[in-house]
Structures are given as structure tokens and as C-alpha cells.
Design a protein around this ligand. Structure first.
Ligand code: DGJ
Length: 385
């Protein structure tokens, strides 16, 4: 081969290699609040969701929202992606039941905030979500569980119910228990009075729901470094958060739970762990309207949990940038990189709800979230200090 031909070949190979390299490094933009098209060009329909990273693929599970109602008309969706920006619609991995009105997940029920975790011991993917029975508003306040052999399902629906019937928080002292025993529901028929708040904090609703099990609405799952999993949910009519331990197979509760911020009115818990500290971002309770995020931290999952100021900073921080927390994703392979995920709800046109994903930065060890019109996963490299 002539020297010039060899040279041309060498240049071509170098150019190809360089462009492959650049393609690998160039991450696509994440644009909070905009339409996020999936592989078919349709806005991703996975609201109140969370992400499971499994064997190199991200699986995003969320609520399918229809155009006119927030009730479940389709079921729980899954999207897969190699990079957090290109999403393939894997369909409804736990569809509603359309041919049996007696099913707990019959079409028209409410299925919210699904989360999926992988159990190393059983090899099963376990989904928990907040279930409300059709036609009963938000009164049922149940948790439902489903399992699958593959991340893309199909998920087999197991059951639903209230949580830990007959159990009091494991860390309730004898003194607190004695106070609980004296609480008389008949004395607190008027809600929202200082005396009522005080009684709630002391466990009025824990006592009310003791026999049938504790209420659970907005929820999160968290798997700790030792493989133990926890269910975190708004209980006691959304007044108090509970953290409950899951069984070894993640498919039931062990009976051990604690209360966080009694009478504090927190929803939308999103938990993560950094350098041994547990962080939790929550919202207040204003239905579909945004409010100011709250933040808590603890040295152990069982507490004590300390409240901190809102981690959001800048314009519209007091409205969580018009969003409500749903999940915090630790980015695999990037130390100290966490993505705050929130929903911008659109109750008049639920399927048009938008996603707000923002990088979490740390200022003197404390999480800070700032608005960005657009950013990429690679931004973490220079965001970190
Ligand atoms: C706020 C919750 O965070 C949502 O998941 C949903 O339950 C709405 N309330 C319903 O109003």
C-alpha cells in the first residue's frame, strides 16, 4: 500500500475513534419541566415514580396518568434506559384489571408512587405502591405489593392492606405508651386545634388504627448497604411519617417501625444515604399544589431525625420549583452524585405532568438543590467540590 493511502486510512481511523469517544462522553441534556419524549416520541408517562438500576440499565417505574383523571386507567409503567435520557417504553408492567370489578386493582382505583427494589436473596423484583380502592377516595390508605422475575415484569399482584396491625412503634417508651393509653378519641372530635395536634403527636391516630393497621399513602422504599429494606410512608392521615422494616424477601413488614416528625404533615418522602448519614426530602400536604420542600437527616434509619431548612435554593425554591419530591437517585459509578426527582403535577390534564430532575450539591455536607433549565449527567464532574 502506498504511503499516502496508509496516511489517509490512519486519519480515517483516528477520526472514527475520536468521534466514538466524543459520542460516549457527550451526554444528552436533562430539561426539567419540558416534554420528555420516549423512544416513540411520546411524553414519558411514569409519574410519582422511582428508578431501579439493575445490571447496567435504569428502570423507571411510575404512575400512568390519563388525560382526564388521576385514577388508574392503565396501571404502573416501566421505561428502560442505558443513560437516563433515552427511554424505551416497556409498557404497563402491572396493569389495572379491566374484567373484574371486585379486584383491588380494578380500573379506576388509585395506584400511586410505585417503587421497585431488587432482592438479591430471592432474585425477585418487588414493587410496593400506594393503593386506594375504587370509589372510596383516599380513605383506604393501603399499601400494595407485587413481584416479578424480571425488571420489565410482568409483575404479579400479591395483596394490599394497612401496615403492621396490632403493633406499636418499637421505640415507644413505657411512659409514652402510658400516655397513649389515656388518649380518649371522644375528647378530640374537633380537628386542627392545639390540643388535637398535641394528641396526634402523642399517638391518637396510632391508637385509632392499631387493630386494623396503620395508614400508608405517599411512600418510598430504601435498601440499605446491608441489604435490609425499609418502607417509608405518610401515615396517620398524612400527619406523621413512618419508617417500617420489610421482611428479608421484601414482600411483607416485620412489625418494627418508628414515627418521624409526629403531627408534622409530611408527604412525598425521598430518602438517600451519603457518608453514613440518612437524608430525607419531603413536602407539605397541599394536594396537587406545590409547597415548600422539607429536609431531615439521621445517623441511623431509626433516627433520631433532625429537621433542616428547605434544601431548594433560588427562584421558586419556596415552591420546590413547582414540584413535589418523588425519589432521589444515587448515580451509579459517580461518587456523591445524587439526582433529586420531583413531579410538577397538572391535575386538569394529568398526563401532561412534568418531571423536575436536578443535581443535588453539597454545601458543608448539606444537600442543596438549585434550578437548572438544562443540565447533563456529566455536569456532576464539575459540580462536585
Ligand atoms: C399529594 C400526593 O403527594 C400525591 O401523590 C397525591 O396523592 C395527591 N396528594 C392527591 O391529592
Amino acid at each position: 500500500m502506498k504511503k499516502t493511502t496508509l496516511f489517509v486510512w490512519a486519519v480515517c481511523i483516528c477520526t472514527l475513534a475520536l468521534s466514538a469517544c466524543t459520542q460516549q462522553q457527550e451526554a444528552k441534556e436533562i430539561r426539567p419541566m419540558e416534554i420528555w419524549p420516549d423512544n416513540a416520541g411520546v411524553h414519558v408517562n411514569a409519574h410519582g415514580g422511582g428508578i431501579l438500576y439493575h445490571e447496567g440499565t435504569y428502570y423507571w417505574y411510575g404512575e400512568n396518568k390519563s388525560d382526564t383523571t388521576s385514577s388508574a386507567m392503565v396501571g404502573i409503567m416501566c421505561y428502560s434506559s442505558p443513560n437516563l435520557t433515552d427511554w424505551k417504553n416497556e409498557g404497563a408492567v402491572l396493569p389495572v384489571v379491566t374484567n373484574d370489578t371486585t379486584s383491588e386493582i380494578t380500573q379506576g382505583c388509585i395506584m400511586e408512587r410505585p417503587k421497585v427494589i431488587y432482592n438479591e436473596k430471592t432474585g425477585k423484583f418487588v414493587m410496593w405502591f400506594h393503593l386506594e380502592l375504587k370509589g372510596k377516595g383516599y380513605a383506604a390508605a393501603r399499601s400494595a405489593v407485587a413481584v416479578a422475575d424480571r425488571p420489565t415484569g410482568p409483575f404479579k399482584y400479591l395483596r394490599s392492606g394497612r401496615i403492621n396491625p396490632g403493633k406499636l412503634p418499637f421505640d415507644m417508651t413505657d411512659e409514652q405508651r402510658a400516655v397513649l393509653d389515656t388518649l380518649d378519641a371522644g375528647k378530640y372530635t374537633e380537628w386542627w386545634t392545639p390540643a388535637w395536634y398535641d394528641a396526634i403527636a402523642k399517638g391518637l391516630f396510632v391508637k385509632r388504627d392499631l387493630e386494623g393497621g396503620q395508614m400508608a399513602r405517599d411512600m418510598q422504599l430504601f435498601v440499605d448497604d446491608d441489604g435490609k429494606a425499609y418502607h417509608i410512608y405518610s401515615s396517620e392521615d398524612n400527619l406523621t411519617l413512618h419508617i417500617a422494616e420489610l421482611s428479608d424477601d421484601y414482600q411483607s413488614h416485620t412489625g418494627k417501625y418508628t414515627r418521624i416528625a409526629p403531627a408534622g404533615h409530611n408527604e412525598a418522602p425521598a430518602l438517600f444515604k451519603k457518608d453514613g448519614t440518612y437524608w430525607m426530602i419531603t413536602s407539605g400536604c397541599t394536594g396537587w399544589d406545590p409547597n415548600e420542600a422539607r429536609m431531615f437527616s439521621a445517623p441511623s434509619i431509626w433516627g433520631p431525625w433532625t429537621q433542616h431548612p428547605n434544601p431548594c435554593a433560588g427562584k421558586d425554591a419556596e415552591l420546590t420549583f413547582h414540584g413535589q419530591s418523588t425519589f432521589v437517585l444515587p448515580v451509579p459509578g459517580k461518587k456523591d452524585a445524587f439526582i433529586f426527582m420531583a413531579d410538577n403535577w397538572r391535575p386538569k390534564h394529568p398526563s401532561d405532568a412534568r418531571y423536575i430532575w436536578l443535581p443535588i450539591q453539597f454545601n458543608e455536607g448539606k444537600p442543596v438543590i438549585q434550578w437548572r433549565d438544562s443540565w447533563t449527567i456529566n455536569d456532576f464532574d464539575h459540580l462536585l467540590n
